[in-house]
Ligand binder design. Structure first.
Ligand code: ADP
Ligand code: ADP
Length: 231
């Protein structure tokens, strides 16, 4: 039984067909890397999982099921519940996921509920300096801000985390720290991971399975060694 099932999905922008019959399945607890060159449709597919597409995007065919629920046919309340309880998102720019006007601790508390142990959630992403909770997002380094975004996205132990190029804006050492945190939290919570990246070797090292996009479709998928053509 798939946790995420994308079936023959077609998404159009005004002049571009971004997805042209994309198919993808992610099983519970599975770590899937979605790779492909820039413009192949990764972000559109990742955003479609939570129906977080730009307003100019139109779904003109196919469907997305999360835990059997048809994301594009849910009423607003059902969609909000699905996003809040079952899905987490992390994007390339962590600042975009964070509220610039609120201290880190306050925004985590908003997601976690009153009485929550904010410092414990920050420690889980290896931010154990108490100054982090009192900081505003722009006062943090890129790597720290991304770890806060990961803590926010994973706060509710979602069933699926969609990570869209979460390290593309970071330098290589910080990159590994962020990925370590993403993978260890996902493993602890049993969260499935859909990691969008153009870094095939990085994805191959960490994921159970790789799906390759080209021209708005998933053209190949399987275990890393099969996709890479290794014996
Ligand atoms: P990737 O994440 O693999 O780079 P995208 O999903 O961002 O691919 O883009 C797929 C196609 O859709 C590309 O041709 C891109 O230019 C187009 N596209 C993406 N976002 C928009 C948008 N907001 N408006 C118009 N075209 C878009
Ligand atoms: P990525 O490949 O990492 O998704 P892009 O630079 O392709 O990043 O896209 C960044 C943003 O610009 C996204 O929000 C995307 O929807 C938008 N975008 C991408 N291509 C186009 C396009 N042709 N026209 C308008 N917006 C676009």
């Amino acid at each position: 039984m798939s946790l995420l099932s994308v079936r023959n999905l077609v998404i159009d922008y005004a002049e571009t067909r971004a997805l042209d019959g994309a198919d993808l399945d992610v099983a519970p607890g599975e770590k899937v890397g979605l790779v492909g060159e820039s413009g192949s449709g990764k972000s559109t597919l990742g955003s479609a999982v939570g129906r977080l597409l730009p307003r100019t995007a139109r779904r003109t065919g196919g469907e997305v099921l999360v835990a059997g629920e048809p994301v594009f046919d849910l009423p607003p309340a059902g969609l909000r519940r699905l996003r809040r309880r079952q899905l987490g998102f992390v994007f390339q720019d962590p600042i975009g996921s964070l509220d610039p006007t609120m201290r880190v601790g306050a925004q985590l508390r908003l997601v976690l509920g009153r009485g929550a142990d904010v410092s414990m959630h920050l420690e889980r992403v290896r931010l154990d300096d108490p100054r982090v909770a009192r900081a505003y997002p722009h006062q943090l380094s890129g790597g720290m801000a991304q770890r806060v975004a990961v803590a926010m996205a994973m706060a509710t132990s979602p069933e699926l985390l969609v990570a869209d190029e979460p390290t593309a804006a970071l330098d290589s050492q910080v990159r590994e720290e962020v990925l370590n945190v993403v993978f260890s939290l996902a493993a602890d919570a049993g969260t499935s991971l859909l990691w969008l990246s153009h870094d095939l070797p990085a994805v191959a090292r960490r994921c159970d399975r790789i799906a390759v996009m080209y021209g708005g479709r998933v053209v190949e998928h399987g275990p890393a060694r099969e996709v890479l053509g290794k014996p």
